[in-house]
Design a protein around this ligand. Sequence first.
Ligand code: ATP
Ligand code: MG
Length: 251
Amino acid sequence: MILAIANQKGGVGKTTTAINLAAALAMRGKPTLLVDLDPQGNSSMSYLDIREAAKSMYDVFVDKDVRLADVIMPSSQPNLSIAPARIALAKLESRLTGELDAPFRLKDELGALNGQFHNVVIDCPPALGLLTVNALVASTHLLIPIQSSYFALEGTDDLLETIEKVRQRPNPELEILGVVITMHDKRTALARDIQEQIRKVFGDKVFRTVISKSVRLEESPAYRESIFTFAPDSTGAAEYYSLCEEVIDRA
Ligand code: ATP
Ligand code: MG
């Protein structure tokens, strides 16, 4: 499975979902790759010191001599490897304008890994530009985190439109695996209303598992750990474990 985690809305839980889902998949004993496509490098930083990375995804995109395999680093977690991102990735769009194969670079590079990884999780930036398009073109499945907030559904039309465009041509196989509601506070009536609204729009695409608001989930990246080693008995660990089960069942 090559799973893109995308939503162009910022701060909705893409990275938190990507890092913990990748960890949950790795815990099942199969080699898992987390590809960081966000110039902010948040998912890279959650597992390694990116200053130690000689090369990053930026080099893979712009330098034909640098292959994806050259930038992949082991993480602090068994079976989990990281293809790190650095701020340079923000320059990518302008560097690759006019290059016809630009949207296909990640797909080609993942293909060149020859199935070395059983699962690949791609953390997308909060934009619908070239990086997210690369992820959508390269992926078999897509997971959309939606934050349990008043403006939750704003912008999802643009995302769905982009997905449709990618499906019409470069990647007809791309499947929306599901929508996961994040940062949910089940004590409030508003959050319950929002959940209902999201389920009305996306129907059974919405995962049964809802990710609650949890300080533990915010803390774990600072210690370069997944929620499963940082706070194994927390609600966040249980919820991301259960999300992973649903992802595997659906894929
Ligand atoms: P960006 O669009 O900037 O890449 P993102 O969609 O990747 O953001 P995250 O970085 O995962 O979103 O989350 C945004 C902030 O909310 C972070 O500080 C994160 O620690 C926090 N956060 C994410 N999920 C939860 C949660 N379930 N409970 C509490 N805090 C959370
Ligand atoms: Mg992020």
